[in-house]
Design a protein around this ligand. Structure first.
Ligand code: CA
Length: 146
């Protein structure tokens, strides 16, 4: 019997889909990411600024964080640094989503503790690659179009 939720730990009884925190202040982008992630069977938590991102990460203990670089109040770099200082979140994968392609911007994000740097706008395939890499076996599987 195949489970409706491929990410269940114990089929039917205890759903434990991988959880992704989407820290992004641009509403349309956030909704698009939510839609894409949910379509891939993932559970999504949203944050609209850097403080919210840190709070939501502490509260929700996500399996992956997609961190917009240009967040209000506390930018993506500062939020990432804060997260890396929290022991419970020191190892959660953080993928930085940035509109800046310059090597220095990438270096800064990686120095702050991000695992990967993705330049926006990006293709859906790039997102799937990120999910496969950071949520192995839990996030890259879907066989429909967007
Ligand atoms: Ca932004």
């Amino acid at each position: 019997m195949s489970s409706l939720y491929p990410y269940d730990c114990h089929a039917r009884r205890a759903p434990c889909r991988a959880k992704v925190l989407v820290a992004e202040d641009h509403e349309d982008t956030r909704q698009l990411l939510r839609m894409l992630l949910e379509k891939r069977g993932l559970s999504v938590v949203e944050a609209g600024d850097g403080f919210e991102a840190v709070d939501a990460a502490e509260r929700e203990q996500p399996d992956l964080i997609l961190m917009d670089g240009g967040l209000p109040l506390l930018d993506g770099i500062a939020a990432t640094r804060r997260l890396r200082r929290l022991s419970a979140l020191s190892a959660v994968p953080i993928v930085f989503l940035s509109g800046h392609a310059e090597p220095q911007a990438q270096t800064d994000a990686l120095d702050a503790g991000c695992d990967e740097y993705v330049v926006k706008p990006f293709e859906i395939e790039r997102l799937d690659m990120v999910l496969r890499r950071h949520l192995p076996g839990r996030g890259g599987q879907h066989d429909e179009g967007v």
